[in-house]
Design a protein around this ligand. Structure first.
Ligand code: XMP
Length: 324
């Protein structure tokens, strides 16, 4: 029989006896898993924990501020905020192949993280937000040599060249247990019940070459979509909660429109919202037309540079959830 308060104490005890007085580094992404690890380790070992948060320029609107606010300002966690936006954008310039983009983003992340880790020579441990399904997935990938349709760069982790011991306090937990643990540790509900966000971030939601200008437009459009999904629902449950993942995709395609007396020639975005149990198969969400209409109007009126919004009605398979 499992009860959360006992589990919290147990998990803290285990971390303390494993780590002792050593220092620990954690890559904090703002996603559920690394956030829960940060909260747990902070509770267990306080200032022996240093988090590294890398802004790769592919985060959502205000995401870096939110992460810093939740962890550094509110919880008092030591967080190094690395502004690596230029570095990632420069590395991605001229690259339009999706797999190539993923590789570059993964590689740059490792480099940036490694540079930060070298500044913390006392650290002996690298903490990671590996959860039970990741353990299973990587085990079956090794034995079956599973065909990877997309390379998920955050599964597999950082290189051994760091000479750090791995600390994976969520290794035996399923996602819903990780969420319960996050709540028990005092993390905000909205952070713990967030939709998943891919490691390469907006990099795989800007089709083809990534440009700062595209990322800026996408961030603003995406924030509007998410805000409206949170604001509308069926009774008590918002559309954000009724969908498993929802986001905007930037298409580097221009189409003609009219605005006031003038003609516009601006970019197109696609809305994607899916319902799924396991993310292996998914249905497009039957969002109400009124909601879609409101999102479309707001994006076109508020985000100068976008004049057309379409809705993706493709299931997985044959389409994937992300567009790249
Ligand atoms: P697809 O697009 O393959 O996505 O249907 C299934 C789930 O995986 C997420 N995804 C990624 N997550 N790194 C990640 O960490 C990646 O490169 C990546 N690609 C896709 C996607 O957001 C969805 O939840």
């Amino acid at each position: 029989d499992w009860n959360m308060p006992d589990y919290v104490d147990e998990a803290i005890g285990r971390v303390c006896s494993e780590v002792g007085s050593d220092e620990v580094i954690l890559g904090l992404s703002g996603g559920v898993d690394s956030s829960v690890v940060a909260a747990l380790l902070h509770r267990a070992i306080g200032t022996q924990l240093t988090c590294v948060f890398v802004d790769n320029g592919l985060l959502r609107l205000n995401e870096a501020e939110q992460v810093m606010q939740t962890f550094a300002d509110n919880l008092g966690v030591k967080v190094i905020h690395v502004d690596a936006r230029d570095r990632f954008m420069d590395a991605l310039a001229g690259v339009s192949d999706p797999e190539q983009k993923r590789k570059i983003i993964g590689r740059e992340f490792v480099h940036v993280f490694q540079e930060e880790a070298e500044k913390l020579p006392k650290a002996k441990w690298l903490a990671q937000g590996t959860i039970y399904p990741d353990v299973i997935e990587s085990a079956s990938a090794k034995t079956k040599k599973a065909h990877t349709i997309k390379s998920h760069h955050n599964v597999g982790g950082l290189p051994d060249t760091l000479h750090l011991k791995l600390l994976e306090p969520l290794r035996e937990l399923f996602k819903d247990e990780v969420r319960e643990l996050g709540i028990a540790l005092g993390l905000p509900h909205d952070m713990v019940y967030r939709h998943p966000f891919p490691g390469p971030g907006l990099g795989v939601r800007i089709l083809g070459e990534v440009k700062r200008e595209y990322a800026e437009l996408l961030r603003r459009a995406d924030a509007i979509f998410i805000e409206e999904l949170r604001a509308h629902g069926d009774g008590e449950i918002s559309w954000y909660e009724k969908t498993s993942q929802a986001f905007v995709v930037f298409l580097p395609v221009k189409s003609v429109g009219v605005m006031g007396d003038g003609r516009t020639y601006d970019y197109v975005v696609a809305l994607r919202a899916v319902q799924t149990q396991d993310f292996m198969t998914a249905h497009w969400a039957e969002l109400p037309y009124t909601l879609l209409g409101k999102v479309s109007n707001r994006i076109i009126n508020e985000v100068r540079g976008i004049n057309r919004v379409v809705y993706d009605i493709s299931g997985k398979p044959p389409a994937t959830i992300e567009w790249e």
